[in-house]
Ligand binder design. Structure first.
Ligand code: ADP
Length: 247
C-alpha cells in the first residue's frame, strides 16, 4: 500500500469514475449450471465469478461425516486466466485462506443441523479478478446455496469499504485495494442483522474503522436487493416453464 498513485481526482471521483460511496455495477444470475444442485454467477465491476453447490450428499471420505450436522466445505479458486499474469492452477496459500474465510462467513446462515452425516460442497471459481473477490465470492455462493434448496436463516452478502487517498470508499477495485490505505471486507446477513466476516488490511483510526464498517454494511444492503431479485427472476422463469409444460 504505497499511496503513490492518485486514486481520487480533483472532482472527488475514483479511478473508475465512481463517487466514494458508489458500488461497482452488479449483475447476478441464478441457476446457470445444469449439473450442479445449485449455481449462480456474478459480475461486480470487472470481477466475474461462478459458484456451484452440491449437497446435502454423502460425505467422502466417510470418516469426515459429522454426527450432528452437515459438513460444509468450500473451495475458492482463481482460474489461471483470471489475473493479468497467468496464475498457477494449484491452490495458493491465499486461496486456501479465502476458502476458509468464505466457509466461515456462510456457515452461520445454513441450517446444517438439519442434515447430519452429509456434506454440502461449495465451489467458487473466479474467472476474472479485480479486487473484492472474497466478498463477491461470498455473495454468489449464498445465491448458489439458495438455488440448491438448502434451508438458510438469511442470505449472506458481502462487500468491502476502505480508504484511498484519505477518503473512505465503498467496494474497492484491484488498484484501490493494492494502492489504497485500508480495506475492510464485511459479510452480513441483513435480515438477521448479523456480521459473519470482518477483516481489515491497512490502517484506520477507530472513527474511520466505524465509518468503513457502516459504509460496507450499507453496500451489503444494496447488494442484497440484487441477490433477492436474481432469485426471484430464476423462480419466476421456472414457474413459467412448469406452467408451459402443464398446458
Ligand atoms: P480480494 O479479491 O478479496 O480483494 P485480495 O485482497 O487478496 O482478495 O486480492 C485483491 C486482488 O488482487 C484480487 O481481487 C485480484 O484482482 C488480485 N490478485 C490476487 N491474487 C493475484 C495473483 N496471484 N496475481 C495477480 N493478481 C492477484
Amino acid at each position: 500500500m504505497s499511496g503513490k498513485i492518485r486514486l481520487i481526482n480533483g472532482n472527488g471521483l475514483r479511478v473508475d469514475g465512481r463517487r466514494p460511496n458508489e458500488l461497482r455495477s452488479i449483475k447476478m444470475e441464478v441457476g446457470v449450471l445444469s449439473n450442479a444442485d445449485g449455481s449462480a454467477y456474478i459480475e461486480q465491476g470487472k470481477n466475474k465469478i461462478l459458484a456451484a453447490v452440491y449437497g446435502p450428499r454423502e460425505v467422502h471420505p466417510r470418516h469426515l461425516a459429522l454426527p450432528d450436522r452437515a459438513l460444509l466445505r468450500c473451495r475458492y479458486h482463481m482460474a489461471p486466466f483470471s489475473v493479468e499474469e497467468r496464475k498457477s492452477p494449484a491452490p495458493s496459500r491465499r486461496e486456501i485462506e479465502l476458502s476458509k474465510v468464505i466457509k466461515e462467513a456462510l456457515e452461520p446462515a445454513i441450517f446444517l443441523e438439519k442434515f447430519p452425516r452429509t456434506s454440502i460442497d461449495i465451489f467458487i471459481e473466479v474467472l476474472q479478478a479485480d479486487g473484492g473477490t472474497r466478498c463477491a465470492g461470498t455473495t454468489v455462493a449464498a445465491l448458489a446455496l439458495a438455488d440448491a434448496g438448502i434451508p438458510m436463516r438469511d442470505l449472506v452478502v458481502a462487500c468491502a469499504a476502505g480508504k484511498v487517498d484519505g477518503v473512505l470508499v465503498l467496494d474497492l477495485n484491484d488498484i484501490e485495494d493494492k494502492e489504497g490505505e485500508a480495506d475492510v471486507p464485511v459479510a452480513y446477513m441483513p435480515n438477521l442483522g448479523l456480521i459473519s466476516l470482518l477483516q481489515m488490511d491497512g490502517s484506520l483510526t477507530i472513527e474511520e474503522f466505524n465509518q468503513s464498517l457502516n459504509l460496507a454494511m450499507e453496500g451489503c444492503k444494496q447488494i442484497y436487493k440484487f441477490q433477492k431479485e436474481a432469485l426471484r427472476s430464476r423462480y419466476v422463469t421456472i414457474k413459467e416453464e412448469v406452467e408451459e409444460c402443464l398446458r
